[in-house]
Design a protein. Structure first.
Length: 82
C-alpha cells in the first residue's frame, strides 16, 4: 500500500494502515481481530510495525493505531534533530 501511495502522491510523509477491527466471516484473512499493520515513510526512512490489541473494540483499535502512528512520527522528528 505504501509503495502504491508513493506512486500517486508526492509527499515528505507517507502512512499506510490496515488490519482487522471487526470479525470477518471470510476464511481468506490470516489476521485476527485486533491486528494492526502500519507502514510509514518519513524523509526516505521506512518503518513497518505490527500491533495487536487484546480485548479491544473497533474504536479502541482505531485509536491505538492512530496513537502509534503519531508516536512514530514524533520519534522520526526527534531523530532528524540529532
Amino acid at each position: 500500500m505504501l509503495e502504491g501511495l508513493k506512486k500517486l502522491v508526492e509527499a515528505d510523509v507517507y502512512v499506510a494502515i490496515t488490519g482487522m477491527a471487526f470479525p470477518d466471516s471470510s476464511t481468506e484473512h490470516q489476521a485476527e481481530v485486533g491486528d494492526i499493520f502500519i507502514a510509514i515513510c518519513f524523509s526516505g526512512i521506512h518503518m513497518r510495525k505490527t500491533l495487536h490489541c487484546v480485548d479491544c473494540d473497533a474504536a479502541q483499535i482505531y485509536i491505538t493505531a492512530v496513537n502509534h502512528i503519531i508516536h512514530e512520527l514524533y520519534r522520526f522528528t526527534l531523530d532528524l534533530d540529532d
